[in-house]
Design a binder for this molecule. Sequence first.
Ligand code: ARG
Length: 403
Amino acid sequence: MTKKIVLAYSGGLDTSVLLKWLQQKYEAEVITVTLDVGQREDLKAIGEKAESLGAIKHYSIDAKDEFARKYVFPAIKANALYEGKYPVSTALSRPLIAEKLVEVAEKEGADAIAHGCTGKGNDQVRIEVSARALAPEIDVIAPVREWNMTRDAEIKFAEENGIPVPVDVDKPYSVDQNLWGRSVECGVLEHPDVEPPEEVYEWTVPPEKAPDKPEYLTIRFEEGVPIALNGEEMSPVSLIEALNSLAGKHGVGRIDHMEDRLVGIKSREIYECPAATVIIEAHRDLEKLVLTRHEVYFKQQVDGLWSILVYTGLWMDPLRMDLDAFIDEAERRVCGEVRVKLYKGALHVVGRSSPFSLYDLDLATYDIESTFDQSSSAGFIELWGLQTRIANALKRIGEKAGV
Ligand code: ARG
């Protein structure tokens, strides 16, 4: 019986070669799936290309809204930054892609799903762990892990099989894009000591070319997620897109990061994440206004763990959902407005307000008429430093005795 395989198809050279290769090597019927997660590509042309290369059916799925609400919004609530810097943009899209591949495979009665991830990266882990968690009976095929084709062999295969080779095939960069960010790897970027050439950036201008006038923005949050920009309520997708272009225009959102991949490799990663950079900074600031310090300290640990789970492909692990339960509860009071200033590549939070603010001017003011009772501080200090005092006294006795 002919095998049926559902392939995650981007329209690029690798997955186009894969599409032909699966038909030849596996004598399979291939169904292609392309998700729109905001990568700014021509989905119609991608579908036509798939069919011209022999896909028996093509699914083009607009998943932007679902991606924003079900993946990006939880990442905002969790202030998700892997190793303190990377807004996990690529990582967030992989479980959604896996889910859609499985859905199509089940609907079409396919035997397997296939993807074009290499054996050296994180994406293979993210797609496969998610797909296997959802549907263990469906096989996963990762041809790039086995075929060992060099770039030249791939181009030769493409030419022999009528696959259009893109004009910029000698551009050395590997790019992945979605609503939440753009990642660039390979070429000269593999030398971490070399500044990235300007040509790798597409969503941001260099700070020195940014406008000479600062721009102020107000972001309104409701239960931890952004709902309005400069007073105008917007859908999640429109708000993120608007911020990508506004912040990008001011050179905000460039990230140059030494990253630890799940498979152990250290890699130098370049990202452009203008909206993510602004939203997370603003969101974190608002949390510090409304959460108690105990919540803030604890949530920092939870956020760090959440980011690691998502980066390492464990979106489907119950722990991620357990953490989300805590986060959702804490975020109920994260409502209010944050004002930010964008200027020449820099981002500054310059104001914040909330109906749940714990800030009390009467307590905080250094003016004489403060309601804060300073006489309580003396007793507080006595107890707060009690053990520190005892430990230091003991240390001094030890030093005198020469031990
Ligand atoms: N290092 C990033 C991550 O692991 C980016 C991966 C980019 N993926 C790609 N297929 N180009 O999430």
